[in-house]
Structures are given as C-alpha cells and as structure tokens.
Design a protein around this ligand. Structure first.
Ligand code: SF4
Ligand code: SF4
Length: 190
C-alpha cells in the first residue's frame, strides 16, 4: 500500500534469542510480581460487610427534610426540578387545607414528589437550589433492584422519619443533615 507520508518507518520483528524462546524468565518475573502483591495491603474490601468511610462531600440518595415539629418543609416551588440537569425530579403541588398546618409548613406543599434515581447524576444542584432547606443528599446508595419502577423514589422513600412516630430516627436524620450542612459550609469556605 502507498504510504500517506514520507515519515513511515518499516520495522522488522527481531528474532527471539534462546532465553526469550524459553519464556521461563518472563514467566518467573510475572510470578514474582504476583507473589509480591500477595503480601501488600489489599486495595479491595469485602463490601457490603466492610464499608469505606465516605468523603465529607459525598453525594448519595436524597432526603426530604422536615422542620422541628415534623412538618414537611418542601413548598413545591419547583426550583429543584428546574435546576436538575437530568430532569429527574417531578412533583405536583397542592394547597394546604385547614387543619393540615401540623403536616405542612407552608400554604403550598408537594402532594407528589418523585426522583428518578436512574436519571439522577447526584450532582447536588437540587440541594443548592432549594430555598426552603427541604432537600439534601445523604450518604446512602440507591440499593440494587430488578425493576426500573423501583428506582423512582416517592415521598414515602424520601421523607425523613416523623418525630412524632420515630423521634430517635428523626434525631439521627436531622443530625446527618446538620453534619452535611456543616461540611458543605466548610467546603465552600476552604
Ligand atoms: S442530584 Fe442533580 S441530577 Fe440528581 S435530582 Fe438533584 S439536581 Fe437532579
Ligand atoms: S425541595 Fe426545595 S426547591 Fe424543590 S420544590 Fe421543594 S422547596 Fe422547592
């Protein structure tokens, strides 16, 4: 075939010498490398029994926050959905009725709030966009599953526990949110 440029360099394969034809030295060299790695610290861990510590800015599954009285903070303003580059968030707003003040903090709330975890890229922009301190990314992975539908997380999956029903779980979830806020603050000022 005609070369495209005059910089072509034709290489002739060198014939193998006796040692190379034996292959043994190279096999031994390879085995020595394998043997050396047996005694080195392993890079792998036995997940899920063992878990690595998360980075302070790790972004995992979302949680929807409540206020101290257990009322949902989300007011269905839609800013998180607009900020989401993956179009993973959908919601339906509803008006709070009389007698529902103990459930929802604002006059408007999200009757339906869904995040498609198969679309989500865990960028954290929804958390940054929220003016109501209502959505945070936690240190939890989306668990593996067999159906696509199971990766669409609704309000029951996202809301942190109600303090009236599970005060300890609520306190733990709140503590994690506060820790996240603190880490984000530190990260921004570093
Ligand atoms: S983390 Fe990013 S991709 Fe996921 S829902 Fe929030 S804004 Fe969308
Ligand atoms: S989570 Fe925040 S940004 Fe998203 S709809 Fe609710 S209040 Fe608005």
């Amino acid at each position: 075939m005609q070369p495209l440029t005059n910089r072509v360099k034709v290489l002739e394969p060198k014939p193998l010498n006796l040692m190379e034809r034996l292959y043994l030295p190279n096999i031994l060299k390879g085995m020595m490398i394998t043997f050396r790695h047996i005694f080195q610290k392993k890079a792998t861990i036995q997940y899920p029994e063992q878990k690595r510590p998360f980075s302070s800015v790790f972004r995992g599954l979302h949680v929807l926050n409540r206020d101290e009285e257990g009322r949902e903070r989300c007011t269905a303003c839609g800013l998180c959905a607009v900020a989401c580059p993956a179009e993973a968030i959908t919601m339906e707003a509803a008006e709070r009725k009389k007698g529902e003040e103990h459930l929802y903090r604002e006059e408007k709330y999200a009757a339906r709030y869904e995040i498609n975890m198969l679309r989500c890229i865990f960028c954290g922009l929804c958390e940054e966009a929220c003016p109501k301190d209502a959505i945070y990314l936690s240190e939890t992975f989306a668990p593996a599953n067999f159906t696509r539908k199971s990766f669409i997380y609704g309000k029951p999956d996202l809301l942190i526990p109600d303090p009236k029903e599970a005060p300890d779980d609520f306190a733990r979830a709140k503590g994690q949110i506060e820790e996240r806020k603190e880490n984000t603050r530190k990260n921004l000022t570093a």
